[in-house]
Design a protein around this ligand. Structure first.
Ligand SMILES: [Zn+2]
Length: 84
């Protein structure tokens, strides 16, 4: 059986963002796909959006993860995808 809560945890919706047009809930997934972000930048948004909201995950830990992906996005943008 699929654990839907595990697939779609509510901490990706807890920021309380609503669409200005229709009022529907906007979650992290909508931002990442709506902006057409690639793997690295999608993960930056993912970890920033849930920082401090996921039980058992300290905000600093999620922000470090975001930084790890951001560093890779910067390296790729600078044409050096393998850089640390
Ligand atoms: Zn809308």
């Amino acid at each position: 059986m699929i654990d839907v809560d595990n697939l779609d945890p509510d901490y990706y919706r807890r920021r309380g963002l609503r669409c200005a047009g229709c009022g529907s809930e906007v979650e992290t997934f909508n931002v990442i796909t709506g902006w057409g972000l690639d793997w690295a930048l999608g993960h930056v948004v993912k970890y920033v959006s849930r920082a401090g909201l996921k039980a058992g995950a300290p905000a600093a830990s999620d922000l470090r993860k975001a930084r790890w992906f951001l560093d890779r996005a910067i390296a790729a943008a600078e044409g050096d995808a393998g850089a640390e």
